[in-house]
Design a protein around this ligand. Sequence first.
Ligand code: BES
Ligand code: MN
Ligand code: ZN
Length: 503
Amino acid sequence: MKLEIVRPDEKRTGGRRDAAVAFLARPEKKGPARFESLPEGFRDAVRAAAPPDAGNDGSLFTLPLGPDAPARRLYVLGTGTGDELSPRKARVLLRGAVKALEKNGERTALVDFPFTLQRMTAAEARDFVVRSLLVAGYVFPRYKASAREAARLSALALSAGRGVFAATPKELKAASDEASIVAAASAFVRDLGNTPGSDMVPRTFADAVKAEARKRGVKATVLGKKEIERERMGGLLAVNRGAAEEPRFVILEHRGGRKGEKPVVLVGKGVTFDSGGISLKPADRMGDMKWDMLGAATVCGAVLAAAGLGLPVNVVALATLTENMPSGTAYKPGDIVTFRNGKTAEIDNTDAEGRVILADALDYAMGLSPAAVVDFATLTGAALVALGLEASIVFSDHDDLVRELVSAGERTDERLWRLPLWDDYKENIRSDWADFKNTGGRNGGSINGAMFLKEFVDPKTPWAHVDIAPNAYFEREHAGYPPGATSIGLAMTLRWLRDRAAR
Ligand code: BES
Ligand code: MN
Ligand code: ZN
């Protein structure tokens, strides 16, 4: 989508648009809508045409504009009360606007956004709103003819000067350029996730990432089964044993920082389909497990975007990829697996496969002398039980790292909430037969997973584990996200990398 910036005094730049979008607030007390929230040029026309519910949260009406107006039709979206919106509400509103425009076949629109956002600086809010606009119309039409044929918006013009767009055209241009790069990475992550397990296997995942990397001049190395065997990644190989598709291990590098500067390493769980293996999952919603590779997609998207943005950081993504399938060759409960670092684990449940493949990846990360390691995984259903859909869980013994990540999450509305990683929990994963076991019972399910991963990280290395199971994908439209992969974690990570580069 094309983005343009229009200054208030040059409304006709770029010609007359199909549509203009304006947001209309309500007063705290009873009374007519707060028409002052509209751009001056639209106020009289809206006041004359407004239905009684105008300005109510969720309301929408449209009116034709005269020949001198900057657009043919005005869309007025009600926001309810308040001038400082939650980012979530802003995302819902912007998606509602884009969907309404596309439903009516509009191609070009002028957008005004007269509010500020909670928890964000002006620059962060600008970034957020532009990015939200760009991804608001995300669709995945690959397998659906009607979605392919639907009309799409082709250009959006940002109305500079008010609310979130109260910035110089130069600042707005910079925000749109950066937001476009992040939005493209977000669509890439979502596409990888939404592609069914039949077409998104470790090999096709690695190929897709390699193709993107080549376009941007990012170094991509893909280890195949032979090389994974040579690395003695016993965890990845054990989980892969039931699958007909071979595993892959992807290493993506953006070296934008000083030469010799220790890299940030991002590690992602890439189970392209998680049936549970021999500990087979129940049939109900098993199809959701095509999204069990979103940790891997997120870290690859982050490095591709970091390169696109030219961030002055050294950052490496490690994506560990396999299917988890039952078969005559599959790994079994009771098996003992030996990892790359020589430690062993008793497999209590083959469905706790994420930690088994991440163990080798985290150990590989330690070999890169990292400045910090953050792993992303749809690791536990228990994370959804704990937090619902509104946050991912962060685990770490490094308080500074937690503070940085939580702050980055607050400022991108990809929020994190910390749970403990105390050694007191270690007895949960004690095994009679091996160094640990891969499950720890129902109590503290997400913590047990994190405790297992902790065994593979040098305690001196700042490391955080992010369990994105709560919000990496949604089964249905939620909080301004369409059904399917959300790419939550991507913008947070890029914010964190930018913060690191700036300090
Ligand atoms: N991929 C699942 C976790 C998951 C469940 C993510 C639901 C998103 C939604 C993971 O591999 C898994 O199966 N975890 C088990 C662990 C258990 C066997 C200790 C779980 O959560 O039940
Ligand atoms: Mn599983
Ligand atoms: Zn899984």
